[in-house]
Design a protein around this ligand. Sequence first.
Ligand code: ADP
Ligand code: MN
Length: 326
Amino acid sequence: QLDPSTLKAFENAAAGHDGVLSDPSGELIIKPCTGTEAEFYQQTLQDYPDFAALMPAFMGILQLGAPAQAADITAVNEFVENNQAQKDKQLHGSKIATESAIVLENLEHGFSKPNVLDLKLGARLYADGTAPEKAERLDKVASETTTGSLNFRIAGMKVWNGQSFDTYDKFYGRKFNADNVKDGFATFFSGLTTGLRKDEAAELLETIEAEVAKARNALERLESRMYSASILIVYEGDTAALENLMGGVPKTPRLQETAPTLGEVQQSEDEEEAEDEDEPPMAYQIKMIDFAHATWTPGHGKDENVIMGLKNIEKQMDLLITRLTG
Ligand code: ADP
Ligand code: MN
């Protein structure tokens, strides 16, 4: 059902490698991946369904270069080759076999102007067995950034300014320290804090914080090692659309399901059905992504490296809420 020749480059990533594709409808992204990541998605769906709910919906694996499809997937292969070349460079020559792509729910779909923040988790960003030069390089960046001090850093973001998206690359997030990284959060959430009534803004920030806490709580009960994974925060950057989502009857079922604080207004069943047919507008999406170096590790205890990062992100959200409400 997915015709590879129709795939186009996904232009709206907040961070990461080139080579991510999108389908014509924009509902899906197709991300070239390592065997580890494909396996992690499959295993999580099978064995950790509760955690799978905290990840983008996983539609399957697109095998690239299969002879029967060879004619159709040329475009895909080109992207994969570019991506592979970058990865090879990064690893100083060591090879990863990348012939597959994961097909995922596009977390930006359903938004008018999605603001996106990629927060890279952990103080240690590489798995056991990583080449020493790469490990040293990552440890050096960690020691110079909030990766080392707070177990997370801003890996990239894009923010709608009313006319266009302001993009913040990986070097932007590397400049912050533990004291001033709150300014990065303020910049990312400025559309929300300036566009909404104060109480509505605080409510939405609390809801987003609760989503981060949900991921942390899940990890506190599980045994995993996720190196260089991210939590991706998306919220509606179109102020009028966001105001509309927050004011009166909440329009998104997701908002009601996951955010009881966002109002007790009951949605009629008619409305709910009508919206199920169409794509409901969304106020936010918060999911864990990037599992190229993630594994389930029964018997090894919880992933403190990542849990500490999520805790510190929650603290940043608290700071922002306090600053807003006084
Ligand atoms: P890598 O960092 O290894 O290139 P990621 O999985 O972190 O790969 O993806 C890179 C970027 O692509 C992310 O920063 C994010 O902006 C975007 N992205 C990844 N997965 C999704 C998704 N399911 N929906 C929307 N955007 C995504
Ligand atoms: Mn990433």
